[in-house]
Design a protein around this ligand. Sequence first.
Ligand SMILES: NC(=O)NCCC[C@H](N)C(=O)O
Length: 443
Amino acid sequence: MVEQKMPIHVNSEIGKLKTVLLKRPGKEVENLTPEIMERLLFDDIPHLSVIQKEHDAFAKALQDNGVEVLYLEKLAAEAIDEGGIKEAFLEKMLDESNIESPSVYERLKKYLLDMDTQEMVDTIMAGVRKKDVNIPKKHLSDVAEDGGDPAGEEKSADAYFTEDITEHLSEVSNDDDYPFYMDPMPNLYFTRDPAASLGNGLTINHMTFAARQRESLFIEAIIEHHPRFAGQDVEVWRDRNHTSHIEGGDELVLSKDVLAVGISQRTSAQAIEELAIELFKREAPFKKVLAIKIPNVRAMMHLDTVFTMVDYDKFTIHPGIQSIGGSIDVYILEKGDQPDKVKITHKTNLQEVLKEALGVEELTLIPCGGGDAIAAPREQWNDGSNTLAIAPGVVVTYDRNYVSNALLREHGIKVIEVESSELSRGRGGPRCMSMPLVREDLK
Ligand SMILES: NC(=O)NCCC[C@H](N)C(=O)O
């Protein structure tokens, strides 16, 4: 088989993993408070030094198995420097950071531009605290963005444009004011979601919640400006300038011909149809897209939280996605007879659809937590179904999901466990924490 030189080359979920993109959790996961963590899609606040230790061990487990590990934060800074786009990138980031006041915008821009590029990237990721930037109050929106008039007295707009306004605010300011000009991005270590490698290209995703939408700006900059990717014929199948939502946790490359995409809390049926039309129109190698409908709930936000491929003919599955009779709605999308149309076939037997799509006689669905009434939902909550295959029949999983891990081993899968006390608090597992860039083709 000819060795692939493409910077992105992913024709399966299980081919030997050669290169992967990670993000080491940084200050952003500590910039969470109980008030904001739910909006920022966390269920608890990780202990920074421990989550970093766990993440480093995850990276090492991959390296020990021959995987080249790249870091998003490093590639982003390199891309910004190589492309000479520091100011343009920052403006895009600020434009999407919900900053209403022109003076806050300008001061933030100066504050961040004065940093060297890596520090700027790390600071944007971590979030910018109001206390770290000195911004004189000139506009009504400056006042409003600092929490309005905390004294609660009604004043005309003119009253704010006085010279002693800063002094007045500092007199009445209190610790309840919203602490950030730019929100932290604690979900960045889930590199799987803002983009997804499909074949020799990728989708750069418009994500569902505001908490994550800026994340794909980093990957966009990398693809456009990092010498490893720019000018290397990387296909952008879908960019981030769409209104419909799609996230990488829903995008699975079952084979060089077949994709599976979850219709989920994060990925809409419309986005999947748009992607399928684009792939077929551009003669991408994929012939079929299986749209698999999963429940619209937080615990199962993406298809890969309930369903991952572990071998040629084996998948993990969370029994909670099947109806009582075991059925699941699957829609098979194929090229239609007009360029803007797809042919859609509805099926309900996932196992049969997968057998046909993969051309295998037998197919095993390994239930998370063994399907037990307690172990299954508990281990699914901590990503027991979210395995990262690094070769056919070899997966990385969280150590805490011992019931699922034992069952995988019983099915002949080699399981490499990583510690997960803090990593799991963000509600994602090894697949969520990794964006494969290159996998060997399957024989
Ligand atoms: N593919 C995945 O399931 N990623 C996990 C994302 C967890 C993150 N806290 C989120 O809610 O988006």
